[in-house]
Design a protein around this ligand. Structure first.
Ligand code: CAA
Ligand code: NAD
Length: 287
C-alpha cells in the first residue's frame, strides 16, 4: 500500500471543511485549506481556532497541542497549491456542477497518481463526480459527520471506477490517522446514514408544518422517548436547512419516492435565508 497520508488538502472551510481540517491537523497532518476568497479563508480559520480553544477548555487537548495543530494549518485561494497533496477532501456546497468543476481542476493539479481525491458529499453519487476527472480510479467518497471533532464515523464510498488501492488508502487515513470508525457504503444517494436519517428529518419537518405538535415537543419526544442526543428539528438546523434541501433533492432525483421530497416549509425557510444555526435562524432562533 502507498505511504500513510500526511499531506492533506481540504476544499472549503465551512462547518464540515473546517471540522475535517481541524481533526486532520490535531492528528499531526500538514493541512492546506482552500477557500474562494481571503475573507472566507479568514472566517474559516477563526472558526477552527475557536473550536481548538473549545477542545482546550474541555480538557481534550493541551494549549501546546492546540498551538501545534494551528501551526499545521495553512490557507490558500489557489487550488494549484494542492499539487503535492496525498489526499484532498472536498467539502463545499452540495451542488453537483460546483463539485464537478472543482474535481476537474484538482485532477489537473494533484500530481501524485496515488493521491486520493475525496468528496464529503452527503448525497451526490460519486460516479458522477468522478466522471469530471481523467482519473476516476482515485476519486471516492469520504463522508464525515457533524460536528466532525465529536462524531466517530466516516463512510467510505467507492464508485464503480474507484480503485481498491485508493479506497484502502482513504480508509487507512480515516481509521489509523484520525482514529475514526469506518463503514463502507455503496454508491447510492445518501449512502448508509443519510438514506435513513434524511427521510426522518423531512418527516419531522412535515409533522411540524402540519401543526401536529410544536417544534419543542417533537424534539423533546425523540430526545426523551428514544434517547437521541438531539431532536430532528434541532438537528436539521445544525446540518443546515439549505444542505438538508440539497440532500433531499439529490435523493428524490435518485429514488423518485415522496419520502425524499423537500416539504414546502423547508423550501420557504431556505428561500428566506433562514438556513439554521449557521445563519442565526432556521426552525429555531439562535440569538
Ligand atoms: N465542535 C467541536 N466539539 C463540539 C461541538 C462542535 N461544533 N459541539 C459540541 N462539541 C463537544 C463539546 O465540546 C462537548 O465535549 P466534552 O464532552 O468533551 O465537553 C461535547 O461535544 C458535548 O457538547 P455539549 O455539552 O456542548 O452539547 P451536547 O451534549 O448537546 O452535544 C452535540 C452537542 C455533540 C452536537 C450532540 O447533541 C450530538 O451529537 N447531536 C447529534 C449530531 C448528529 O446527529 N450529527 C449527524 C448529522 S448528519 C451528518 O453529519 C451527515 C450529513 O451528511 C448531513
Ligand atoms: P457550509 O454551508 O458550512 O459550507 C459551504 C462551503 O462551500 C463553504 O466553504 C463555502 O465557501 C463553499 N461554497 C459555497 N458555494 C461555493 C461555490 N459556488 N464554489 C466554491 N465553494 C463554494 O456547508 P457544510 O455543512 O460544510 O457542507 C459542505 C459539504 O459537506 C456538503 O457537500 C454537505 O452535503 C456535506 N456534509 C454536510 C454535513 C452537515 O451536517 N452540514 C455533514 C456531512 C457532509
Amino acid at each position: 500500500m502507498s505511504e500513510v497520508v500526511s499531506r492533506v488538502g481540504v476544499v472549503g472551510a465551512g462547518q464540515m471543511g473546517g471540522g475535517i481540517a481541524e481533526v486532520s491537523a490535531r492528528a499531526g497532518a500538514d493541512v492546506l485549506v482552500w477557500e474562494a476568497t481571503e475573507e472566507l479563508a479568514a472566517g474559516g480559520r477563526a472558526r477552527i481556532l475557536k473550536s481548538l480553544d473549545r477542545a482546550v477548555s474541555s480538557g481534550k487537548i493541551t494549549e501546546r497541542e492546540r498551538d501545534q495543530a494551528a501551526e499545521r494549518l495553512k490557507f490558500t485561494t489557489d487550488l494549484a497549491d494542492f499539487a503535492d497533496r496525498q489526499l484532498v477532501v472536498e467539502a463545499i456546497v452540495e451542488n453537483e456542477a460546483v463539485k464537478a468543476e472543482i474535481f476537474g481542476k484538482l485532477d489537473e493539479v494533484v500530481t501524485d497518481p496515488d493521491a486520493v481525491l475525496a468528496s464529503n458529499t452527503s448525497s451526490l453519487p460519486i460516479q458522477r463526480i468522478a466522471t469530471a476527472t481523467k482519473n476516476p480510479g482515485r476519486v471516492l467518497g469520504l463522508h464525515f459527520f457533524n460536528p466532525v471533532p465529536v462524531l466517530p464515523l466516516v463512510e467510505v464510498i467507492s464508485s464503480l471506477s474507484t480503485s481498491e488501492a485508493a479506497a484502502a488508502r482513504a480508509e487507512q487515513f480515516a481509521s489509523e490517522v484520525l482514529g475514526k470508525q469506518v463503514v463502507r457504503a455503496t454508491d447510492r444517494s445518501g449512502f448508509i446514514v443519510n438514506a435513513l436519517l434524511v427521510p426522518y428529518l423531512l418527516s419531522a419537518i412535515r409533522m411540524y408544518e402540519s401543526g401536529f405538535a410544536t417544534a419543542e415537543d417533537i424534539d423533546k419526544g425523540m430526545m426523551l422517548g428514544c434517547a437521541h442526543p438531539m431532536g430532528p428539528l434541532k438537528l436539521a438546523d445544525l446540518v443546515g436547512l439549505d444542505t438538508v434541501k440539497f440532500i433531499a433533492d439529490a435523493m428524490y432525483a435518485e429514488y423518485k419516492e415522496p419520502t425524499y421530497a423537500a416539504p414546502p416549509l423547508l423550501l420557504r425557510l431556505v428561500e428566506a435565508g433562514y438556513v439554521g444555526k449557521k445563519s442565526g435562524r432556521g426552525i429555531y432562533e439562535y440569538p
